[in-house]
Design a binder for this molecule. Sequence first.
Ligand code: 5AD
Ligand code: SF4
Length: 453
Amino acid sequence: MKSQLAIKKIYIKTYGCQMNFSETEIISGLFLSNGFELTDSMDTADVIILNTCSIRDTAVNKVIGKLGQLKRLKKDNPDLIIGIGGCYAQSDSDFLKKKANYLDFIFGTYNKLRLVDIINKIEESRVLDDYETILDVGVYPDNEQFQYKDIAYKNPVTAWVPIMRGCDNYCSYCIVPYVRGHEISRIPSEIITQIEGLSSQNYKEIVLLGQNVNSYGKRFADGIDYKITFAGLLKELIKIDKIKRIRFITSHPKDLTDELIDVMSSSEKICKSLHLPVQSGSTNVLKAMKRQYSREYYVELIKKLRDKIPDLALATDVIVGFPGETEEDFQLTIDLIKAVRFEQAYLFRYSSRKGTAAEALPDQLPETLKKKRLWALMEIQDKITEEESIKYLGTEVEVLVEGPDQKKNVNSFSGRTNSNKIVIFKGKKTDIGNFVRIKITRTTPYTLFGEKL
Ligand code: 5AD
Ligand code: SF4
């Protein structure tokens, strides 16, 4: 349905994971195809939308801070339409409706495709002078969830493609299954059609997104069993000629199959980089986290991966300070981090989430201890990240060029290696979207610098 209104400028601020950023691209595409405009400036926007995250307290605090600013903007300009959506909005909608009455709409993770209707409804109710906050946080049918097509991709070279939504794992600390619902997989032909479309628009790389991509295929959105695994899906996608690189996030160690390892090792198109969250190096803590694997299983899996894919770059997530984590448990995590030597690790302090199983566990650790452990682990990992990065010095890498260097150095461009390292080099505009060979001449922990060969 086209907007009946004078063109409205929409500003969207996104928090959280790639899934949220991808959903902002989907929402943005929906607005554009319905006659709205997008703006990067909050000051000139007619509609401001926050797409929020609730994974940890830090993410929620950022959103709450922003809401204070929006309240002031609304006071200065009562015509401004303000909405909040995504995971945090879903998890705390009653509180928001009660406490933030300046919000025009609150939408959940199932309702992003209804935003145009919501904004039109707000306009109509304003004309009738009969409006209150619209609350749309219900659970909608699975088969509606992937019904979008005009996506406003931010990056012209590499595109995010959701292949599933939700999660069935219920790790005891995690709020995701509560805010994003049960796991459903997108129909394979729809994924293939989207990626074929991307390939005809000259996209070279895709990143498949899901909370646990390894269990793709368990339950499809339309209820039909397409009898295809994640590895099977990859085998179909590598046939799409112009797509040269395929990445995926995130993998759960318990679902990473030999079939997947075989596809990764045998296809050049599948990037040799894997994000494999370990969460803890202690089997006792892993048990309390309900991760469904032991330390030994994880270490064995890494060994198998490295045997079959020798140039594999590994990244992980770790939570420190989980309820009941002892000093010995923490030392086991340090030990694992030192033994595996991840190229990158995202380290988090445990944050209690309302309604999760871990919230009710005894022996919640004090913040000071959690912070102390986090800083200690960060120091160790920072050194490993730096040392692993230095290994690139003097090597030649193939870089897919994404665009000008964000710091806007003249003639500086940036791209990524197959292993997902950012590389900055002097180049030209025509390099964008192409592969170039770069000799690495300088490294920092997260960025490589080099010269074009
Ligand atoms: N506290 C801290 N970190 C968390 N994560 C998920 N839930 C929590 C929590 N309650 C981390 C996990 C996950 C990543 C996306 O966020 O490490 O892999
Ligand atoms: Fe959360 Fe565990 Fe699901 Fe990941 S696998 S989204 S950590 S419940």
